[in-house]
Design a protein around this ligand. Structure first.
Ligand code: IMP
Length: 415
């Protein structure tokens, strides 16, 4: 009964898409349980770059894609990504929960309006309408997938939304047509996933964003509007906590963040520019340049604890190649005290001073050489790269079982 949860251990963009793809090669289904089209999961399969915003990236490996009730769904995105699955002969297998929330045009407008109202304190959202859709859900004024399936229900829900927002939330006719189009894919995801687990199948729960963007446990208010930690797989999909047999944390070999908010190990200047260019650190969803910095161990310790991570997949190790020295923030200093684990309180976090350890880097490695290393395995990695990974394991107290190089499936080292 393996229920495997994949979570990001930083501020998103850790490379969860490829890890999910790898873990889904023998999975029965793969579930998106929170967030919406604010996510950007990429995997390169046989030279083809596949970008997923709302469907789980693991579906490219043939696992049945499910979109569970905890998500906020942009149907235009779903239809677009279904085309991509169709070209792979996989589209008919999607199952979307009746209870998932629908992102409407008004939500996207509101997302922009609220950001503008925040002025200098703007969160830097993806403007995909995520926050306002979750707000309507919490207010019980939201529209669910099941409402699209019946014109009377749809009209009634839109009327309430219109009275509340004071403007048209979305076009009735357009939404009705979308309802017709999505109907063949609508199902009881929650029951189906429980059945698969009962029958001894393998389910991968593909988390989106990262722990530090969690609305309760992240760096509030500069967070997304859903829970992004492992526990959210239970609430977002309707499975009991004991269904989860393994939690896999995905961490990048350095740190990045899109949007505003605290970032203790941020690196600017030439080095920052280099990491951004080599790592191609530009948002998959919005194209925005990502902020970059050194690996932050106290933050990773915090993220590991919050989701009780079993093992780590370390991504983009290749980006650090060619640096003489690599810095790792091993602890913080705050008010004369040493902190080994990041404090959950964000105001405190914004006042910590990172304490770094410096390790030796390794030579620049070409793509072909990385390919050959991936084929030969762990022993083929440069000694300094192996030392870096082993040091992280020591500092984090968790095994790093998978090392990923770039977005291509096949470019990874398993241990
Ligand atoms: P929202 O989720 O669009 O409301 O954006 C809230 C914050 O989360 C912003 O800082 C976004 O940049 C960030 N964010 C949302 N989704 C992702 C993601 O998939 N990767 C990285 N950052 C994200």
């Amino acid at each position: 009964m393996p229920g495997i949860v994949i979570v990001g251990l930083q501020w998103g963009d850790e490379g969860k898409g490829k890890i999910s793809y790898l873990l889904c090669r023998d999975a029965d289904c793969v579930v998106r349980f929170q967030g919406g089209a604010n996510a950007g999961h990429t995997v390169v399969v046989e030279g083809r770059r596949l970008k997923f915003n709302i469907l789980p990236a693991g579906s490219a490996a043939g696992a049945r894609p499910c979109i569970a009730s905890g998500t906020v769904v942009d149907l235009d995105e779903v239809f677009e990504e279904l085309e991509m699955l169709k070209s792979m002969g996989l589209e008919a297998r999607l199952m979307i929960s009746r209870s998932a929330s629908v992102v409407l045009p008004i939500h996207k407008k509101l997302d922009s309006r609220i950001e503008e109202a925040r002025g200098g304190s703007a969160v830097g959202t993806t403007r995909r309408g995520i926050g306002p859709t979750y707000s309507d859900k919490a207010l019980r004024t939201g529209l669910r997938i099941e409402d699209l399936l019946n014109p009377d229900d749809l009209r009634e829900r839109l009327e309430i939304l219109k009275r509340f927002h004071g403007e048209e939330p979305g076009d009735f006719e357009n939404l009705r047509r979308m309802g017709e189009r999505i109907a063949p894919y609508v199902g009881d995801v929650e029951l189906y996933v429980n059945d698969v687990l009962d029958e001894g199948g393998k389910v991968v729960f593909e988390g989106a964003q990262g722990t530090l963007l969690d609305i309760d446990h992240g760096t509030y208010p500069y967070v997304t509007s859903s829970n992004t930690i492992a526990g959210a797989a239970c609430t977002g999909c309707g499975i009991g906590p004991t269904r989860i047999s393994e939690v896999i944390g995905v961490a990048k070999a350095y740190t990045t963040r899109v949007g505003a908010g605290v970032f203790p190990t941020e690196v600017g200047g030439e080095l920052g520019e280099r990491l951004r260019e080599v790592g191609q650190e530009y948002g998959t969803t919005t194209g925005r340049p990502r902020r970059v910095g050194w690996l932050d161990i106290p933050l990773l310790r915090y993220a590991i604890r919050i989701s009780n991570v079993d093992w780590i997949a370390l991504t983009k190790l290749d980006v650090l190649s060619g640096l003489d020295k690599i810095k790792i923030c091993v602890e913080y200093e705050y008010d004369g005290k040493i902190l080994k684990i990041a404090p959950p309180a964000v105001r405190l976090l914004s006042r910590v001073k990172p304490i770094y350890e410096e390790v030796k880097g390794w030579e620049k490695i070409s793509e072909d050489e990385w390919r050959s290393i991936a084929e030969r395995g762990w022993e083929a990695l440069p000694d300094e790269a192996k030392a870096y990974v082993e040091l992280l394991e020591d500092l984090l107290g968790k095994p790093i079982k998978l090392i990923s190089i770039g977005a291509d499936a096949g470019m990874e080292v398993e241990r």
